[in-house]
Write a protein that binds this ligand. Structure first.
Ligand SMILES: *Cc1c(COP(=O)(O)O)cnc(C)c1O
Length: 359
């Protein structure tokens, strides 16, 4: 083990003696199945974050009584590093992910992660596994930071100890086939005052059975409705929902039950810069159905880190009726937004918003 000094933070680094890099066929990577050589790990104990380490990616050893497995103090983030055309590696809005991680931590009664620990750990890890960042157009290194409670104690109370880990995974250019989604009238993802705005593990477990049912009916994802009235659109899968109604980009306003996506935020900033009218407000399923029937709904898409922009081709009303959206053309707003975001990340468009952070 060799302790290296990053600018401000000592990280104990143990390099793998058997890199798996040569085993990877970068042209045929399935999302989420290939993991880079190392991971960043830091434990919270005795009320403080301990010395961080980078170690070979590998299994964890946990007590069966590990609190997170029983009571769900478990949160995560999803972000990407991109290799630019000149070979440099950049992170996209990493501080936004840290701020959201700490919002999730606060809601789940978990300790906040100091900015320096997160940023230095993240950069040191990506630098060490630099050769795992693919370079083909549209490819990237997916980054998964997460934290969970580790007390081996079978009583319901906040854990004293926590583990924070970052691992990474090279991913191919994401091709999203146009999505078929439908409104969900019975199940809800998150309620006002609940944990929907947090990337808390349980939110995703709770969405699986309703989503599986929709998939058995031939849809890819649900369009969740609000828990109180089952009238207003929340979001879709792990993506925020955007609609082009007439010439206006309309998206549900974020709330305690909607995840405040970094992609959503970036899409809205770009659209506003281009002079597109943007409305963040409640959008009812009835409004959308009417817009579908009168032909004013021109585009619908999901936005999130994995896909950037995922076009929606079909919206089911949840009562058996499917509406088809017009096919996209090269100048659809969703296409232009996706193309511009990709170009900013690749360094072929100027980063006028200051979204990129060099590794
Ligand atoms: C992660 C996530 C999003 C998208 O957030 P990004 O920061 O854009 O990746 C949207 N909705 C849910 C429920 C999510 O978990």
């Amino acid at each position: 083990m060799s302790a290296i000094l990053t600018p401000a933070l000592p990280i104990a680094i143990t390099r793998t003696s058997a890199s798996r890099l040569h085993e990877v066929d970068f042209d045929h990577i399935e999302f989420g199945k290939v993991f880079s050589d190392h991971m960043f790990v830091v434990h919270f104990r005795d009320g403080a974050w301990q010395t961080p380490a980078i170690v070979p990616y590998g299994d964890l050893s946990l007590s069966p009584a590990t609190s997170a497995l029983h009571y769900g103090q478990a949160i995560f983030e999803g972000m990407k590093a991109h290799r630019q055309h000149d070979g440099r590696i950049v992170l996209f809005r990493p501080l936004d992910n840290l701020l959201r991680l700490n919002l999730s931590a606060e809601r789940m009664c978990m300790p906040a992660l100091p900015e320096e620990l997160f940023m230095e750990g993240l950069k040191a890890l990506v630098r060490l596994d630099e050769r795992w960042v693919p370079s083909a157009a549209g490819t990237s290194l997916y980054i998964r930071p997460f934290m969970f409670s580790t007390d081996g104690f079978v009583g319901v109370r906040p854990s004293n100890d926590y583990t924070f880990i970052i691992f990474t995974s090279p991913v191919n250019a994401y091709y999203s086939q146009p999505l078929r989604v439908r409104f969900e009238h019975h199940y809800v993802r998150a309620a006002e005052g609940g944990t929907g705005f947090a990337k808390a593990a349980g939110n995703y477990g709770g969405a699986m059975e309703p989503t599986r049912r929709a998939q058995a009916e031939g849809y890819h994802q649900l369009l969740w409705l609000d828990a109180a009235e089952h009238r207003y659109i929340e979001e879709s899968g792990t993506m925020n929902a955007c609609f082009v109604i007439g010439d206006t980009l309309v998206t549900p306003a974020v709330s305690s039950s909607i995840l405040d996506g970094v992609t959503r935020r970036s899409v809205l900033a770009l659209a506003r810069q281009w002079g597109v009218a943007v409305e963040e407000r409640r959008v009812s399923a009835a409004e959308l159905v009417e817009a579908l029937e009168t032909g004013t709904l021109r585009e619908a898409f999901g936005c999130g880190t994995a896909a950037t922009i995922a076009p929606i081709a079909v919206i089911g009303d949840g009562h058996g009726r499917d509406y088809e959206l017009p096919a996209w053309s090269a100048d659809s707003l969703g296409v232009r937004l996706g193309r511009t975001l990709d170009a900013i990340k690749a360094g072929t468009e100027p980063d006028v918003f200051g979204w990129l952070e060099a590794v």
